[in-house]
Design a protein around this ligand. Sequence first.
Ligand SMILES: C[C@@](CO)(OP(=O)(O)O)[C@H](O)COP(=O)(O)OP(=O)(O)OC[C@H]1O[C@@H](n2ccc(N)nc2=O)[C@H](O)[C@@H]1O
Ligand SMILES: Nc1ncnc2c1ncn2[C@@H]1O[C@H](COP(=O)(O)OP(=O)(O)O)[C@@H](O)[C@H]1O
Length: 271
Amino acid sequence: MAIAFPKAKINIGLYITEKRTDGYHNLCSCFYPIPFYDVLEILPAPNYSLHISGLNVPGAPEDNLCTKAFRLMQQKHGIDEVAIYLHKHIPMGAGLGGGSSDAAATLKLLNELFDLKLPTAILKEYAAALGSDCAFFIEEQAAICTGRGEICHPLPLSLYGYHLVVVYPELHISTANAYRHIQPAPVGYDLERFLCTHEPEAWGTVVVNRFEDYVLELYPDLALLKKQLYEAGACYASMSGSGSAFYGIFKKPLTDYQWSYPTWQFAIQND
Ligand SMILES: C[C@@](CO)(OP(=O)(O)O)[C@H](O)COP(=O)(O)OP(=O)(O)OC[C@H]1O[C@@H](n2ccc(N)nc2=O)[C@H](O)[C@@H]1O
Ligand SMILES: Nc1ncnc2c1ncn2[C@@H]1O[C@H](COP(=O)(O)OP(=O)(O)O)[C@@H](O)[C@H]1O
């Protein structure tokens, strides 16, 4: 039996710097893992099956990223069939990377279950073939990610002691559409250095998510959400990924605040 708790991520700053000839875009972003989990269990079985509980995941089982991760491992290493149990908790189309995280966790669990002894570098290579931000979830540590998002350099950034509020306005944003509407532009400063030398209170006017303008144009009411996070005392607030979740970083836990959308609060306790 193998069990894992795939984590979500937030993007702290997200810059789309170039359109590539392969249809993807180069980006530069700090990916930060957060204690918001799905649950994944994999058992040996006579036939492949995927069982999903919790949130409803759109798409056929064969399109699920857990299945794609399994098929990739089967093709590369001839592993036996399994039954995968996924309890879905991380909202989808939120910019929190839940699907990519499930795929990375599937690769890691299969590596363990079949004692394949694949090194991290190979797991990251497989992950990158499944999704652009999937390789980050192999190690789940704060990183500056570049390229399609698959080149991850660990970043000594810790939000230890802060409280994170994630608000999900229940709007599913298509990542591909968001990229199509972006005009690439250089970052213009050293994101890595800036984040490591400034407290979150100083990030507000500098560290931006370049997808925000596009999403706010589609859904102008979301500007209010970011404003509310600041009014509630956030040191820094932003949209994550291509949206539509927004997060706020707080010094103290938030109490007695009413949000009009599903909201989660996490104490950041370790790196
Ligand atoms: C925007 C980001 C930022 O962290 O996160 P999410 O909002 O998805 O969480 C990621 O770049 C999302 O990565 P991921 O969700 O893995 O994307 P993929 O499945 O590989 O690609 C979906 C589609 O997005 C576009 N795409 C994705 C990544 C990239 N660097 N350039 C692109 O142009 C492509 O059109 C691609 O077909
Ligand atoms: N295991 C999975 N969990 C969530 N979504 C999945 C999964 N496999 C495939 N998907 C598809 O990926 C889409 C994007 O989900 P997700 O990666 O969680 O969001 P985001 O790209 O906004 O971070 C979903 O709408 C769903 O169709």
